[in-house]
Design a protein around this ligand. Structure first.
Ligand code: PGA
Length: 262
């Protein structure tokens, strides 16, 4: 039986001071959760968060990572740095960091500013597994891809790229988040039967590619406008093992309510 998992992705919100205040409100609200619960603050808030979460069941996650151990990678953070900062899981391949969506639009030009690809996602997953940090791999289609009937094909390609060269035995603690790009931060939630169908398709993919053990133990989350009002129904689905929550995780009461929806 998979234990449900609810992750708050704080994105580029909350200064370290604000993040501390938020954690001080979350800790008493989430004392004996029925699910695993984690928050992913910005890099600069991790150390304070680690301290504040010392006696809490809430786990600490990061929003991104570089795949190298150290070196001349200005602006980057390595998996062993995250490990030392108390991180036990890390988001990779979020649509906001994948190259095809991470674009800075100005009247004169469009510049890719994150350029995450299936290849870099793959390198990051390998580096995280090596450091015993659970990767939370985000996959999902754009609205145009959904309208073209390409949802399953796009996700299979993202999974192929992400898992290239990784043995099933290495995937002990691995999480996939199905995040339809058109549902992120838009208030448009994927309807429950369709979210369940895609999560079941992801599990079938894992069964074929990595075997029964990986398919049965991997937690597959839904993400995209999850709120207290829709979490219960989503999390009750057999193949939806919890949620990756953006906007609603910035409200401590709402996030605690979502975590209690399992
Ligand atoms: P949202 O974001 O809940 O604000 O839609 C989810 C995510 O991007 O992980």
């Amino acid at each position: 039986m998979r234990r449900k998992l609810v992750i708050g992705n704080w994105k580029m919100n909350l200064t370290p001071t604000e993040a501390s205040a938020m954690i001080e409100r979350l800790v008493p609200a989430i004392t004996q959760p029925k699910a695993d619960v984690a928050i992913c603050p910005s890099f600069v808030a991790l150390l304070r968060a680690k301290k504040l979460l010392e006696r809490s069941p809430i786990k600490l996650g990061a929003q991104d990572v570089h795949w190298s151990e150290s070196g001349a990678f200005t602006g980057s953070v390595s998996p062993n740095m995250l490990k030392d900062a108390g991180v036990s899981l890390c988001i990779v391949g979020h649509s906001e960091t994948r190259g095809r969506f991470g674009k800075l639009e100005t009247p004169e030009f469009t510049v890719p500013y994150f350029a995450e690809s299936d290849q870099t996602v793959n390198l990051k997953i390998k580096a995280l597994l090596y450091c015993s940090i659970a990767p939370v791999l985000c996959v999902g289609e754009t609205l145009a891809e959904r309208e073209d009937g390409k949802t399953d094909e796009v996700i299979a390609k993202q999974l192929d790229g992400a898992l290239e060269g990784i043995d099933a035995e290495e995937l002990q603690d691995f999480v996939v988040a199905y995040e339809p790009v058109w549902a992120i931060g838009t208030g448009k939630v994927c309807d429950t039967p369709e979210a369940e169908r895609v999560c079941a398709t992801i599990r079938d993919y894992l069964r074929t590619a990595c075997g029964n053990d990986v398919a049965d133990r991997t937690r597959i989350l839904y993400g995209g406008s999850v709120k207290a009002a829709n979490a219960k129904e989503l999390f009750a689905q057999p193949n939806i093992d919890g949620g990756l929550v953006g906007g609603a995780s910035l409200n401590p009461q709402e996030f605690a309510q979502i975590a209690a929806s399992v």
